[in-house]
Design a protein around this ligand. Structure first.
Ligand code: GLY
Ligand code: MN
Ligand code: MN
Length: 436
């Protein structure tokens, strides 16, 4: 799906941002064990994949600033027929040249031996310092090298600079190929959510709904999920990242499912809330339609040049007005917004960037100012209302209702395209779909 030229262009773009006399290093994270000698499926670190396209562990990317020759060096595992017998194909140094577009490739074991020389004229080293054990070990090794050099009278990297911010910022605006991957993941998730709505009935367990979602993701060519599915019956929905998924679906309750398939490491992130038995109660319907009204207005607010926080402001106004109308909050809308009274029922942001990570890289403020929407940003809009089962301050009929509606959006020249627009979300559409 991705061409090597796209990764090469990213490396050049990052290189152009490095200070003179500097080097950047990124390493693939190790393949984690689940238990004993059984691994988790390997999922490359997002930044490493973004800069290299490499899907294997035990690899490193070194970039040098232009004044130091602008080299891009790639270290990875050499091919090993006996290991390939057990574990499958390995890229090797030739594969890294052909498939990832590197000119200089070396076996990973040479990283340590080459480092002292590579660091000869380097003043600063960029890396994701302090992120993980593998990194801290690397810094440790570099510092050991430094001590040896100092003894020999050589001055060596004076500075360790965090590279994370530079790469994060590059990841904010998505390319066409990235949007295509997200779109694929979203389309798959839409199908899986539709199947879940048909499958749900009282007596099933939340994990069976999860299984249904994962099954249909796989059938539609997404083997992995972007995050652990949240399947929350009734008041479990008030736990924002509920992942236990262990309880039975109850007659008369709502079911919240927040689940998104992953395609080529790109995420989707969609939430629907619907009645387990296919029919909203009056109270559920009132809260649901309030959340939906806020979500539609939130999406409507998105276009290039509008500040990020505008979406939340638009949604807060509608939610607060609605909560007053329904008697859940008392007072004037303005003063309730001012005092953040809505936090009792709505305690998270309007959404987040979406990409290689479900909560994707990038900051929402620059120099303490909210940033504006830009063409090519991909994000979620996901308002919700969560009324605790034991909230004695509200009428009993509202208690235990938790609702979130979440869609995935790409910012376009004229506004916003809702990638997940084919997934139904009105009360009438959900009831009709579940009845059919
Ligand atoms: N699925 C996590 C979130 O919606 O942010
Ligand atoms: Mn989300
Ligand atoms: Mn979500």
């Amino acid at each position: 799906m991705f061409k090597k030229e796209e990764f090469q262009a990213r490396r050049l773009a990052l290189q152009a941002q490095l200070n003179p006399k500097s080097m950047m290093i990124l390493m693939a994270k190790p393949h984690p064990f689940r238990n004993a000698d059984t691994h988790y499926p390997y999922r490359p670190d997002s930044n490493f994949f973004y800069m290299t396209g490499c899907e294997e562990p035990e690899a490193a990317l070194l970039l040098f600033s232009k004044d130091l020759g602008g080299r891009a060096l790639f270290f990875n595992r050499p091919r090993d027929p006996s290991l390939e017998r057990w574990m499958g194909f390995m890229l090797g140094q030739e594969g890294a040249k052909e498939q990832l577009g590197f000119e200089e490739t070396y076996p990973i074991a040479e990283l340590n031996t080459q480092l002292p020389e590579l660091l000869q004229r380097v003043d600063a080293v960029y890396g994701p310092w302090g992120q993980s054990e593998a990194w801290d070990n690397l810094v440790f090794r570099m510092q050991a090298e430094l001590k040896k050099k100092v003894r020999r009278g050589v001055t060596w990297p004076r500075e360790f600079i965090d590279v994370q911010n530079l790469i994060d910022e590059m990841r904010v605006i998505k390319s066409e190929a990235e949007i295509a991957a997200i779109r694929y993941a979203v389309n798959t998730s839409v199908k899986a959510h539709q199947e879940v709505m048909k499958y749900s009935r009282p007596g099933l367990y939340e994990y069976q709904i999860e299984a249904c979602f994962v099954y249909h993701s796989g059938l539609n060519n997404c083997r992995y999920q972007a995050y652990s599915p949240i399947v929350a019956n009734g008041a479990n929905a008030c736990i924002l990242h509920y992942e236990q998924n262990s309880e039975p679906l109850q007659e008369g309750d709502l079911l919240l499912i927040d689940a998104g398939a992953e395609k080529n490491y790109y995420a989707s992130d969609i939430t629907r809330t619907f009645p387990v038995n296919g029919k909203f109660s009056e109270a559920q319907k009132l809260i649901y339609e309030l959340v939906l009204e806020a979500q539609l207005a939130g999406i409507e607010s998105i276009r290039p040049g509008v500040v990020w926080n505008q979406t939340q402001q638009v949604m807060l106004k509608i939610l607060t007005e609605g909560l007053v109308e329904l008697g859940l909050l008392k007072g004037s809308v303005d003063s309730l917004i001012e005092s953040k009274a809505y936090l009792q029922f709505y305690m998270h942001g309007s959404g987040h960037f979406l990409g290689l990570d479900v909560h994707d890289a990038g900051t929402y403020k620059k120099a303490e100012q909210w940033r504006c929407y830009e063409v090519g940003m991909v994000l979620t809009v996901e308002p919700g209302l969560y009324i605790d089962a034991d909230d004695l301050s509200v009428d009993p009929r509202w208690r235990g209702i938790g609702i979130r509606i979440e869609d995935d959006i790409v910012v376009t020249k004229t506004g916003a395209e809702v990638l997940s627009q084919n997934l139904i979300k009105t009360v009438a559409d959900i009831e009709a779909w579940m009845a059919a």
